[in-house]
Ligand binder design. Structure first.
Ligand SMILES: [Zn+2]
Length: 107
């Protein structure tokens, strides 16, 4: 890949809704070489990755409809599935905090 000055924002496609978005609006789910499936907020874990939208129900849909399992060519253990759903609320909470900035205390 040649380095370009005006590089387009890297885009990825959500495995649930098939929408192409800038990478930062998606979260990477990785199947590690050990066969675990987990969220990869750094985007740097080794393994096969798939992307779902950060907000909304795409992660849930991808887990429930098997789109994520298909994209990663793995059957996701129930434990990992539960962790992915738990991580979803954490990620969303962080996003909300960042979005709100100095709006604290307004409710
Ligand atoms: Zn989506």
């Amino acid at each position: 890949m040649a380095p370009l000055r005006a590089r387009p924002i890297p885009a990825r496609t959500c495995v649930a809704c098939r929408t192409t978005r800038p990478k930062r609006e998606l979260v990477r789910i990785v199947r590690t070489p050990a066969g675990r499936v987990m969220e990869d907020p750094s985007g740097r874990l080794a393994g096969r990755g798939a992307y779902v939208c950060v907000g909304g129900s795409c992660r849930e849909t991808a887990l429930e409809k098997g789109a994520l399992a298909r994209a990663l060519s793995v059957s996701i253990p129930a434990g990992d599935r539960a962790k992915l759903m738990a991580a979803a609320s954490r990620t969303l909470a962080q996003l909300t905090m960042n979005d709100e900035g100095d709006d604290r205390g307004k409710e």
